[in-house]
Design a protein around this ligand. Structure first.
Ligand SMILES: [Zn+2]
Length: 276
């Protein structure tokens, strides 16, 4: 059974953002006025660094009236491996984020065009993909296929959730197989990569978009640069795995600033859906 809940993004529900009146930019070190940053959708005015924001922020930013008809909002993870401290970590993540797990999805409209929309939260255990995140992605894809509506997923993730072991890894093949069925029906899928989108999520649905958009400066890849350098014993080129580098090397289609993301989606959806 699907649980339906209307989610209206509320400005006070900032999840993944630093507290206080002043905020230091992680990238350039500039001290910034918080309310100014909020107005600029959390983009540093000095260096264009895109601060990490949560699923509720993307709902507010991208969807018509900031409204998502959320599905399966009560679905929450089990602890199939009885992994040490997993239950405790889950509980604390649920309390701090007020989410059951790190992904929300449902029906929405963008520029009046009905879509299936999903968005991840890095604040929930590093945006890790366990059985619930994977299952929700799979259901979002199936819904897009059955209702013939374009699918949009905003990704951010450190990778698979190690506390669920093989149950996490299964999600890679499950979501990829569902996307193959979606492609067969010729239903479009737009993947939006935000900082960071790594490992298991990048190795499955995040990299399988018909159109892949990334925010500027986002770290995108499978294994992180430090591990690669240690493994191959060589220094990597500057900007390796940043979205600008990925665009140059053909791994993504568009680099879009957060301020332009909604307009870009509307333009793309109108072309894809042949709306005048
Ligand atoms: Zn900055």
């Amino acid at each position: 059974m699907w649980f339906k809940k209307k989610v209206q993004a509320k400005p006070e529900e900032k999840l993944d953002l630093p507290e206080g009146l002043w905020v230091k930019c992680e990238s350039c070190g500039e001290i910034l006025y918080r309310s100014e940053l909020e107005k600029r959708v959390w983009i540093c005015p000095k260096c264009n660094f895109h601060f990490r924001i949560g699923s509720r922020d993307y709902i507010a930013l991208l969807l018509d009236e900031g409204l998502l008809e959320e599905l399966d909002s009560e679905m929450e993870p089990l602890d199939p491996l009885d992994f040490p401290d997993y239950k405790k970590k889950l509980k604390s993540a649920q309390q701090s984020t007020k989410l059951k797990d790190g992904l929300v999805y449902g029906r929405a409209k963008i520029g009046g065009i009905p879509v299936i929309f999903a968005s991840m939260d890095f604040a929930f255990m590093g945006g890790s993909m366990g059985s619930v995140v994977g299952e929700k992605v799979a259901r979002a894809i199936r819904l897009a296929r059955s209702e013939k509506k374009p699918l949009i997923i905003v990704s951010t993730s450190g990778g698979a959730r190690m506390q669920e072991g093989i149950f996490s890894l299964m999600q890679l093949s499950k979501t990829s197989a569902e996307l193959a069925l979606l492609a067969k029906e010729r239903v479009p899928y737009i993947s939006i990569l935000t900082h960071p989108t790594m490992a298991g999520v990048m190795a499955s649905y995040a990299s399988l978009g018909d159109i892949i958009i990334a925010e500027p400066g986002a770290l995108i890849g499978f294994t992180g640069p430090r591990v690669i350098e240690q493994t191959i014993g060589e220094k990597l080129p500057p900007g390796f795995q940043r979205s600008e580098f990925m665009l140059e090397h053909g791994m993504i289609d568009l680099l879009v600033s957060r301020t332009e993301l909604r307009n870009t989606l509307i333009r793309l959806l109108k072309i894809i859906c042949k709306v005048q």
